[in-house]
Design a protein around this ligand. Structure first.
Ligand code: PLP
Length: 356
């Protein structure tokens, strides 16, 4: 491709993928960097170069005022050697919605997708082929003008880094315990809860830490105004499987619109389930549990695909499902999506993008 500059790039030889991959710890040889400079007319030619540190001013806007957005998706190597991405256009569209909300420049779909494919092609030996393994793709954008004072930046860096990852649950697909909190809130409507922006995650750390101290792995967030309606979990969207309905909270502006969430809704519709996006109160969940109407709860997100909820605590109520066996529908969805991503199941929605 002639619209990418290669900076001292040599083809990888002898790539050694570490045996025990810890999620997010290992990075490939190269990364993509594309600079935006208002004074130079906007986005510059993308550059593929060695994965390396930045030299950035301590006054860079991002450190002080938080103009930072990111996204996350995966690439898979199929048994026949083909390399596939799962709905990458949806991640770039979402990144552009985040950019718009935070006064950051939008990306051109074709350039960005093209550059991502070139980077993955160059780094393909880094894609692990073992079952459940893949390469996690982390696009990132931030303002780096050296300036103290609240204003949108004129200079941005867009980066794509790649991290080889193993299965999210190395010991197999196991249910997780989660804690519904009314002590803190994650995001408020008309705020930035529907953007993948750095500050949202900093704001969630304390609640997460306190949940862990109580033995729960994640926080289930309630709405910021009444702490009555369910929103989402940590970095996952949430689904409640009732006897006659599968419910996921509707996107009211404070919930991150997950690509996995969107895909699960499509699959459930296709399977003939009564799937609804609506407001759902935590009390409705407790009542459903007490009457035996609530069959299972699961979360959805790129990293784990599906997380089955084994236990949910809200105030003094502990709703127990199973800490051994994941729910039936969650398991079925997990196997379906995994199959589509690894090319062992039919991609009837045309979700996969292949890298030639
Ligand atoms: C990324 C994320 C999700 C899941 O989105 P996917 O596109 O399915 O990975 C859900 N909630 C939050 C807060 C997130 O950051």
């Amino acid at each position: 491709m002639n619209n990418i500059n290669y900076l001292e790039v040599e083809k990888n030889t002898d790539v050694e993928i570490p045996e025990n991959l810890v999620f997010g710890k290992n990075f490939t040889t190269h990364m993509l960097e594309m600079n935006f400079d208002q004074a130079k007319g906007g986005w510059q030619t993308p550059v593929i170069k060695k994965f390396s540190d930045f030299n950035i001013s301590p006054a860079a806007l991002v450190f002080h005022y938080g103009q930072a957005i990111f996204d996350g998706l995966k690439a898979y190597k199929h048994a026949d050697g083909k390399i596939a991405l799962f709905r990458p256009d949806k991640n770039i569209e979402r990144m552009n919605r985040s950019a718009k909300r935070l006064c950051m420049p939008e990306l051109d779909m074709e350039t960005t997708l093209g550059a991502l494919k070139e980077l993955i092609k160059l780094e393909q030996d880094w894609i692990p082929t073992k079952e459940g393994h893949s390469i996690y793709i982390r696009p990132l954008m931030f303002a780096y003008d050296p300036f103290i004072g609240v204003k949108p930046g004129d200079q941005y860096k867009f980066i794509i880094m790649l991290s080889p990852v193993g299965p999210y649950y190395p010991e197999g697909f196991k249910p997780v315990p989660i804690l519904a909190t009314d002590k803190y809130v994650r995001a408020v409507r008309k705020g930035v809860g529907d953007c993948k922006t750095a500050g949202n995650y900093a704001a969630s750390l304390l609640a997460q830490q306190e949940a862990r101290q109580e033995g729960y792995t994640q926080v289930l967030w309630l709405d910021a105004i009444e702490q009555k309606y369910i929103e989402e979990v940590g970095t996952m969207n949430i689904f409640m499987h009732f006897k006659d309905e599968v419910v996921t909270p509707m996107l009211t502006g404070s919930i991150l619109p997950g690509v996995t969430r969107m895909s699960v809704i499509d699959i459930l519709k296709d399977w003939g389930y009564n799937i609804t996006e609506r407001m759902i109160s935590i009390q409705e969940v407790v009542d459903g549990y007490n009457t035996g109407n609530l069959l299972e709860i699961f979360g959805t997100g790129t990293a784990a695909i599906i997380s089955s909820v084994g236990k949910l605590k809200y105030k003094d109520t502990i709703m127990e499902f199973s800490d051994e066996h994941p729910g039936e529908l969650g398991t079925k969805l997990y196997e379906e999506i995994l199959g589509i991503q690894y090319g062992t199941k039919e991609d009837k929605f045309g979700w996969m993008t292949y890298i030639e």
